[in-house]
Design a protein around this ligand. Sequence first.
Ligand code: DQA
Length: 149
Amino acid sequence: MNRLLLLNGPNLNMLGKREPGVYGNQTLEEIVHLVKKTAAEKGFEVEAFQSNHEGELVDLIQQADGKYEGIIFNPAAYTHTSIALRDAISAVQAPVIEVHISNVHAREEFRHHSMLAPVCRGQIVGIGISGYRLAALALMEETDSEGSS
Ligand code: DQA
């Protein structure tokens, strides 16, 4: 069975309660449900993890090869700071799509720069939780096209 890894970083467990004007009212549980449903329609399974700890996210990325066809990753605040996560992404073959719910480019300047984007397959920003769904679709299409080539 083809699988995707859905990873969410710090404070995203607070979605629904956290700054609803910026992040909306939907909870992390609803995001996980959306991604699982999108994946199931194409015969994919999703494993979902949220962590507030950088090292735990590094551990999860390190074990992705051979286990997941790709990673949907909202690194939250670590986006802007983490060389460790960037190195972990570079160390694996599995493609990673970076997702942000809010439009980070319309916010504070420190959110404009991503340490991770240069080593990700792509980045989806500012379209709310639809970004997670589109990331799943892109990774599944990539897997399909590899399978048929
Ligand atoms: C975020 C944007 C980050 O700047 C912020 O630290 C988050 C959430 C987003 O999904 O919009 O925690 O990744």
